[in-house]
Structures are given as structure tokens and as C-alpha cells.
Write a protein that binds this ligand. Structure first.
Ligand code: PXL
Length: 281
């Protein structure tokens, strides 16, 4: 039977992040993708000014209650950018209502990058996000988000393999059996992800060429491809590889086209490649 995922994150109408990225990517992976928008913004909050923001916190409980009455089930619950502090508790309730043995819970603690929290969040939100991550099966923070949740100093680009592995073990100790750290680089010109599986006590790395420009929404592109691969039976290593290659392909296209970084990456033209990699699993 076709799998069904639920993605819980905002709709940033323009800017290619959160749901405008998750919905097409997870769908392209062959997964029926239901959505629960946490907020509607005219654009995302990074690199634009004057954006509108409609908080949908009040809609979450009634939507969940309706779905419960329909006996809906999901093979995965995938959360990203949340619209308010209160949504952390509401999403935890959704995990209780729709989670279970056969449901993969993936939390992308989309709240910070490059050493800083996004404009809407504070450190208390970061600790709330840590508690939400504790309830996940797999989490996908970048190094900044990991540092905020673990209350440790952000090292910038100055870290080594020992730091990454301690961080991954500390993340898994919060509760999730698997942790994936994105934006990891040990040498100039190479960038990738590191993952830890607490069940097998295995550390994994996957690196690609590093394109010398940062684009918005790449964390969301990465997490969405990761989920798509996992739901198609990829093991952790295959999933981080597919997500790295897919994200690199999208970033490279935008770099070659000299696109503006706040408009996100050209993942659209990379979707056939994602499908090919998933079919080869
Ligand atoms: O890509 C993460 C993200 C998602 N949604 C909104 C954002 C951001 C990052 O800035 O502002 C609204």
C-alpha cells in the first residue's frame, strides 16, 4: 500500500522552503503527503523584510480532532518550522495521537543557522524544541540547532570529528535513536552530513563537493529527501547519501544560474535524479 506522510511546517508562499519544498519532494518520492500548515507567511523570514505572518496555532487541535474522527493513519510525521512556542506542545500531542510503532517521527528543529536563531525564536523555544526532538525517531539539526538544544557554544567552522561525534551522541541521548547533523565540513571544499545510530552504535559520514555559496531552504530540501528515501526503505547511510547528492544537485543548479540565495534552490530540476536514486535502492 502507498505510504502516507504528514508534514507539519509553515507555508512560506515565496522563497522555496518548508512546505513548498517538503510537499513536492516527499510526493516525488512516491509518498502521499498530507500537510498541516503551522503558519502562512508571504515569504520566509531570512533575507526578506516586511513579510506577513498568520499564526495557525488555533487550527491545529480542530484539524487533529477531525483527522482522529476519520481514523486517519500516517506512516511518518515530519515536522519543520513551527509558528509559535505553544505549537511545540500541540505537535507533541499529535505525536501521541498519530504516532506509534509503525510511524516514523522525523523532527527537523528548523529554528537556527550560522550560529543564530531565526528572528521568531528565543532560547526557551530552543529548549522546547529539544523536548520535541526527544520524542522523535530521527532528528536532522544543523550544527547551530544542535548547539542551541545541547546548550553548548557554537564552534563556527572550528571543530573536529571528536566534536561532531560527541554532539551526535548527546543528541541521541536526548531520546531519538538516530541523529543526522547537516552542514558538516572537515576540509575546505567538502561538505556533508554525519549520522549516528544509537541502536547499532554506528557513526556515518557522507561528503560531497562544497558549492561556495549558502542558499535558503537547503535544510528543508535535505530533510525532505531524507524522509523520502527512508520511507522507500533506505538505511541511514543510503538516506544521508541520497539527501546529500540531491541537495548538492539543487544547489549547483542555482549556483550555475546565479540565482539569489534567499529564493531557495532549484530542486525542481533535480527531482528526476531523486526518483532515480530512490529506484536504485
Ligand atoms: O527554511 C527554514 C524556514 C522555514 N520557514 C520559515 C523560515 C525559515 C528560515 O528562515 O523563515 C518561515
Amino acid at each position: 500500500m502507498q505510504k502516507r506522510a504528514l508534514s507539519i511546517q509553515d507555508i512560506s508562499c515565496v522563497g522555496r522552503c518548508s512546505l513548498t519544498v517538503a510537499l513536492p519532494i516527499v510526493s516525488a518520492a512516491g509518498i502521499e503527503t498530507a500537510i498541516l500548515p503551522t503558519a502562512v507567511l508571504s515569504t520566509h523570514t531570512g533575507g526578506f523584510t516586511g513579510y506577513t505572518f498568520r499564526d495557525l496555532t488555533e487550527d491545529i487541535e480542530p484539524i487533529a480532532a477531525h483527522w482522529k474522527s476519520l481514523n486517519l493513519r500516517f506512516d511518518a510525521l515530519y515536522t519543520g518550522y513551527l509558528g509559535s512556542h505553544e505549537q511545540l506542545a500541540l505537535v507533541a500531542d499529535m505525536f501521541d495521537a498519530f504516532g506509534g510503532q509503525d510511524t516514523l517521527i522525523l523532527v527537523d528543529p528548523a529554528m537556527a543557522d550560522l550560529g543564530k536563531l531565526y528572528p521568531a525564536f528565543d532560547t526557551s523555544f530552543a529548549l522546547g524544541m529539544r523536548d520535541l526532538c526527544a520524542r522523535a525517531d530521527i532528528i536532522v539539526p544543523n550544527i547551530t540547532e544542535a548547539c542551541f538544544m545541547l546548550e553548548q557554544d557554537y564552534p563556527g567552522e572550528d571543530y573536529d570529528q571528536v566534536f561532531i561525534e560527541q554532539t551526535l551522541r548527546a543528541l541521541a541521548a536526548l531520546g531519538p535513536k538516530r541523529a543526522v547533523l547537516t552542514g558538516v565540513s572537515f576540509e575546505a571544499g567538502r561538505l556533508g552530513a554525519a549520522a549516528y545510530d544509537a541502536n547499532s552504535n554506528e557513526m556515518m559520514y557522507y561528503f560531497t563537493e562544497r558549492i561556495p555559496k549558502n542558499y535558503h531552504g537547503t535544510g528543508d530540501v535535505y530533510a525532505s529527501a531524507l524522509l523520502g528515501a527512508l520511507l522507500n526503505g533506505a538505511d541511514t547511510y543510503a538516506a544521508i547519501r541520497i539527501a546529500c547528492e540531491f541537495t548538492l544537485g539543487a544547489v549547483r543548479r542555482s549556483y550555475v544560474a546565479q540565482s539569489e540565495s534567499h529564493l531557495g534552490v532549484d530542486f525542481e530540476h533535480e527531482l528526476p535524479e531523486l526518483i532515480r536514486m530512490i529506484q536504485e535502492l
